[in-house]
Design a binder for this molecule. Structure first.
Ligand code: NI
Length: 255
Protein backbone atom coordinates (compact mmCIF):
# COMPACT_ATOMS: atom_id res chain seq x y z
CA UNK A 1 0.00 0.00 0.00
CA UNK A 2 1.11 3.54 -0.77
CA UNK A 3 0.38 6.88 0.84
CA UNK A 4 0.26 9.86 -1.50
CA UNK A 5 1.39 12.52 0.97
CA UNK A 6 0.81 15.48 -1.34
CA UNK A 7 -2.02 15.99 -3.82
CA UNK A 8 -4.20 18.98 -4.73
CA UNK A 9 -7.54 17.28 -5.32
CA UNK A 10 -9.40 20.61 -5.13
CA UNK A 11 -7.84 21.89 -8.38
CA UNK A 12 -10.39 22.36 -11.15
CA UNK A 13 -8.66 19.87 -13.43
CA UNK A 14 -10.35 17.23 -11.22
CA UNK A 15 -13.81 18.81 -11.39
CA UNK A 16 -15.14 16.42 -14.03
CA UNK A 17 -13.92 13.14 -12.57
CA UNK A 18 -12.80 13.62 -8.95
CA UNK A 19 -14.72 10.57 -7.69
CA UNK A 20 -13.22 8.37 -10.41
CA UNK A 21 -9.71 9.65 -9.61
CA UNK A 22 -10.15 8.78 -5.93
CA UNK A 23 -11.62 5.39 -6.82
CA UNK A 24 -8.69 4.63 -9.18
CA UNK A 25 -6.27 5.48 -6.39
CA UNK A 26 -7.92 2.94 -4.09
CA UNK A 27 -7.81 0.30 -6.87
CA UNK A 28 -4.09 0.99 -7.32
CA UNK A 29 -3.22 0.36 -3.66
CA UNK A 30 -3.07 3.98 -2.51
CA UNK A 31 -4.51 3.55 0.96
CA UNK A 32 -4.38 7.23 1.86
CA UNK A 33 -4.23 10.55 0.01
CA UNK A 34 -3.33 13.76 1.79
CA UNK A 35 -4.91 16.64 -0.10
CA UNK A 36 -3.24 19.97 0.52
CA UNK A 37 -4.81 23.40 0.76
CA UNK A 38 -3.09 26.36 -0.87
CA UNK A 39 -5.35 29.16 0.41
CA UNK A 40 -8.48 29.43 2.56
CA UNK A 41 -10.94 28.32 -0.10
CA UNK A 42 -8.76 25.43 -1.20
CA UNK A 43 -8.22 24.39 2.44
CA UNK A 44 -11.98 24.34 2.99
CA UNK A 45 -12.37 22.03 0.01
CA UNK A 46 -9.56 19.79 1.30
CA UNK A 47 -11.43 19.39 4.61
CA UNK A 48 -14.66 18.68 2.76
CA UNK A 49 -13.07 15.84 0.76
CA UNK A 50 -11.54 14.44 3.96
CA UNK A 51 -15.04 14.44 5.43
CA UNK A 52 -16.47 12.66 2.40
CA UNK A 53 -13.86 9.93 1.87
CA UNK A 54 -12.37 7.59 4.46
CA UNK A 55 -9.04 7.40 2.58
CA UNK A 56 -8.52 11.17 2.39
CA UNK A 57 -6.86 13.40 4.98
CA UNK A 58 -6.27 17.14 4.69
CA UNK A 59 -3.60 19.76 5.28
CA UNK A 60 -4.64 23.40 5.56
CA UNK A 61 -2.56 26.51 4.98
CA UNK A 62 -1.65 29.46 2.78
CA UNK A 63 0.86 28.74 -0.01
CA UNK A 64 3.66 31.30 -0.53
CA UNK A 65 2.19 32.07 -3.97
CA UNK A 66 -1.19 32.85 -2.36
CA UNK A 67 -0.08 34.80 0.70
CA UNK A 68 -0.22 38.20 -1.03
CA UNK A 69 -4.02 37.92 -1.22
CA UNK A 70 -4.52 36.38 2.21
CA UNK A 71 -6.22 38.58 4.81
CA UNK A 72 -5.51 38.40 8.55
CA UNK A 73 -8.93 36.79 8.94
CA UNK A 74 -7.92 33.95 6.60
CA UNK A 75 -5.30 32.81 9.10
CA UNK A 76 -7.83 32.59 11.93
CA UNK A 77 -10.15 30.64 9.63
CA UNK A 78 -7.27 28.29 8.80
CA UNK A 79 -6.72 27.82 12.52
CA UNK A 80 -10.39 26.87 12.99
CA UNK A 81 -10.28 24.45 10.05
CA UNK A 82 -7.14 22.85 11.48
CA UNK A 83 -9.13 21.63 14.52
CA UNK A 84 -10.95 19.13 12.28
CA UNK A 85 -10.02 15.56 13.21
CA UNK A 86 -8.87 14.71 9.67
CA UNK A 87 -6.57 17.71 9.32
CA UNK A 88 -3.17 16.21 9.93
CA UNK A 89 -0.74 19.02 8.97
CA UNK A 90 -0.30 22.71 8.26
CA UNK A 91 0.52 23.18 4.57
CA UNK A 92 1.23 24.08 2.01
CA UNK A 93 3.49 26.74 3.46
CA UNK A 94 7.00 27.93 2.63
CA UNK A 95 8.84 30.26 0.29
CA UNK A 96 8.81 30.58 -3.50
CA UNK A 97 11.47 32.84 -5.01
CA UNK A 98 10.86 31.45 -8.51
CA UNK A 99 7.34 32.71 -9.10
CA UNK A 100 7.73 35.58 -6.63
CA UNK A 101 4.04 36.50 -6.58
CA UNK A 102 4.86 38.62 -3.59
CA UNK A 103 8.00 40.00 -1.96
CA UNK A 104 10.26 37.88 0.22
CA UNK A 105 9.33 39.70 3.43
CA UNK A 106 5.60 39.03 3.02
CA UNK A 107 6.32 35.38 2.26
CA UNK A 108 8.58 35.05 5.29
CA UNK A 109 5.98 36.62 7.59
CA UNK A 110 3.33 34.16 6.38
CA UNK A 111 5.72 31.22 6.74
CA UNK A 112 6.74 32.25 10.26
CA UNK A 113 3.14 32.78 11.34
CA UNK A 114 2.10 29.35 10.07
CA UNK A 115 5.04 27.51 11.65
CA UNK A 116 3.90 29.11 14.93
CA UNK A 117 0.35 27.92 14.25
CA UNK A 118 1.60 24.38 13.60
CA UNK A 119 3.48 24.40 16.91
CA UNK A 120 0.44 25.75 18.74
CA UNK A 121 -1.77 23.00 17.29
CA UNK A 122 0.97 20.33 17.46
CA UNK A 123 0.68 19.53 13.75
CA UNK A 124 3.63 18.88 11.40
CA UNK A 125 4.37 21.24 8.49
CA UNK A 126 4.30 20.50 4.75
CA UNK A 127 6.82 22.85 3.19
CA UNK A 128 7.21 24.20 -0.33
CA UNK A 129 10.46 25.66 -1.51
CA UNK A 130 11.46 26.91 -4.93
CA UNK A 131 14.80 28.63 -5.36
CA UNK A 132 14.55 29.44 -1.66
CA UNK A 133 16.02 26.34 -0.08
CA UNK A 134 18.50 27.92 2.29
CA UNK A 135 16.00 30.47 3.63
CA UNK A 136 13.38 27.75 4.06
CA UNK A 137 15.66 25.50 6.07
CA UNK A 138 17.09 28.38 8.10
CA UNK A 139 13.57 29.52 9.01
CA UNK A 140 12.41 26.00 9.90
CA UNK A 141 15.35 25.76 12.27
CA UNK A 142 15.04 29.31 13.67
CA UNK A 143 11.26 28.98 14.23
CA UNK A 144 11.72 25.55 15.83
CA UNK A 145 9.62 23.59 13.36
CA UNK A 146 11.54 20.56 14.67
CA UNK A 147 9.15 20.56 17.64
CA UNK A 148 6.36 19.33 15.32
CA UNK A 149 8.55 18.01 12.46
CA UNK A 150 7.59 18.23 8.83
CA UNK A 151 8.47 17.46 5.25
CA UNK A 152 10.33 19.31 2.53
CA UNK A 153 8.07 18.40 -0.35
CA UNK A 154 9.07 17.95 -4.01
CA UNK A 155 12.66 17.80 -2.89
CA UNK A 156 15.40 19.04 -5.22
CA UNK A 157 18.68 20.83 -4.65
CA UNK A 158 22.38 20.27 -4.23
CA UNK A 159 24.13 17.48 -2.36
CA UNK A 160 25.34 20.08 0.14
CA UNK A 161 21.76 21.09 0.85
CA UNK A 162 20.72 17.45 1.24
CA UNK A 163 23.47 16.99 3.81
CA UNK A 164 22.18 19.98 5.78
CA UNK A 165 18.62 18.62 5.74
CA UNK A 166 19.77 15.16 6.80
CA UNK A 167 21.28 16.72 9.92
CA UNK A 168 17.75 17.73 10.97
CA UNK A 169 14.84 15.34 11.60
CA UNK A 170 12.70 16.59 8.72
CA UNK A 171 11.45 14.22 6.04
CA UNK A 172 12.01 14.63 2.30
CA UNK A 173 9.55 13.71 -0.41
CA UNK A 174 10.14 13.11 -4.09
CA UNK A 175 7.68 13.52 -6.95
CA UNK A 176 7.22 12.14 -10.47
CA UNK A 177 10.12 14.34 -11.56
CA UNK A 178 12.40 11.45 -10.56
CA UNK A 179 11.21 9.53 -13.63
CA UNK A 180 12.23 12.21 -16.13
CA UNK A 181 15.17 11.53 -18.44
CA UNK A 182 16.78 14.84 -17.43
CA UNK A 183 16.05 14.30 -13.73
CA UNK A 184 18.53 15.95 -11.36
CA UNK A 185 17.51 13.94 -8.30
CA UNK A 186 19.18 10.53 -8.82
CA UNK A 187 22.17 11.28 -6.62
CA UNK A 188 19.94 12.90 -3.98
CA UNK A 189 17.71 9.82 -3.82
CA UNK A 190 20.66 7.45 -3.65
CA UNK A 191 21.90 9.44 -0.64
CA UNK A 192 18.55 9.87 1.14
CA UNK A 193 17.87 7.10 3.67
CA UNK A 194 14.51 5.45 2.92
CA UNK A 195 13.65 6.00 6.60
CA UNK A 196 13.57 9.75 5.90
CA UNK A 197 11.59 9.56 2.68
CA UNK A 198 7.95 10.09 1.78
CA UNK A 199 6.22 9.52 -1.56
CA UNK A 200 3.95 12.06 -3.22
CA UNK A 201 2.46 12.92 -6.59
CA UNK A 202 1.84 16.69 -6.22
CA UNK A 203 -1.19 15.97 -8.46
CA UNK A 204 -2.25 17.50 -10.81
CA UNK A 205 1.36 18.62 -11.41
CA UNK A 206 4.72 16.90 -12.13
CA UNK A 207 3.28 13.86 -13.90
CA UNK A 208 5.68 10.89 -13.99
CA UNK A 209 6.70 9.01 -17.12
CA UNK A 210 5.04 7.39 -19.06
CA UNK A 211 2.25 9.95 -18.59
CA UNK A 212 4.40 13.10 -18.64
CA UNK A 213 2.48 15.96 -20.25
CA UNK A 214 -0.91 14.73 -19.01
CA UNK A 215 -2.68 15.59 -15.77
CA UNK A 216 -1.17 13.81 -12.80
CA UNK A 217 -3.26 11.81 -10.32
CA UNK A 218 -2.57 9.79 -7.15
CA UNK A 219 -2.70 6.37 -8.88
CA UNK A 220 0.45 7.29 -10.86
CA UNK A 221 2.53 7.20 -7.67
CA UNK A 222 3.53 3.65 -8.60
CA UNK A 223 5.76 4.95 -11.43
CA UNK A 224 7.61 7.28 -9.08
CA UNK A 225 7.96 4.53 -6.48
CA UNK A 226 9.35 2.08 -9.02
CA UNK A 227 12.07 4.52 -10.08
CA UNK A 228 13.04 5.28 -6.48
CA UNK A 229 13.12 1.56 -5.57
CA UNK A 230 15.42 0.94 -8.57
CA UNK A 231 17.76 3.74 -7.51
CA UNK A 232 17.83 2.47 -3.93
CA UNK A 233 18.25 -1.16 -5.04
CA UNK A 234 15.35 -2.34 -2.89
CA UNK A 235 12.06 -4.06 -3.62
CA UNK A 236 9.04 -1.95 -4.47
CA UNK A 237 7.07 -3.54 -1.60
CA UNK A 238 9.82 -2.61 0.84
CA UNK A 239 9.88 1.00 -0.33
CA UNK A 240 6.09 1.17 -0.07
CA UNK A 241 6.09 -0.31 3.44
CA UNK A 242 8.82 1.96 4.81
CA UNK A 243 7.60 5.21 3.23
CA UNK A 244 4.03 4.48 4.36
CA UNK A 245 5.24 3.83 7.91
CA UNK A 246 7.14 7.15 7.76
CA UNK A 247 3.99 8.99 6.66
CA UNK A 248 1.88 7.35 9.37
CA UNK A 249 4.48 8.33 11.94
CA UNK A 250 4.90 11.95 10.79
CA UNK A 251 1.19 12.66 10.30
CA UNK A 252 -0.08 10.42 13.14
CA UNK A 253 -2.28 8.52 10.70
CA UNK A 254 -4.11 5.39 11.83
CA UNK A 255 -2.66 1.98 10.84
NI1 NI B 1 1.79 21.30 -3.64
Amino acid sequence: MYIDTHAHLDFDSFDNDRDAVIQRAIENKISTIITIGTNLESSRKAVKYADNYASIYAAVGIHPSDCAEAAEQDYSEIEKLAQHEKVIAIGEIGLDYYRMYTDKETQKKAFKKQIALARKLKLPVIVHNRESQQDVLDMMIAENAAEVSGVLHSFTGTMEFLEQVLKTDFYLSYTGGVTFKNSTTDELIINTPVERMLLETDSPFITPEPFRGKRNEPSYILHTARRIADLKGIKLEELAAITSANARHLFALPE
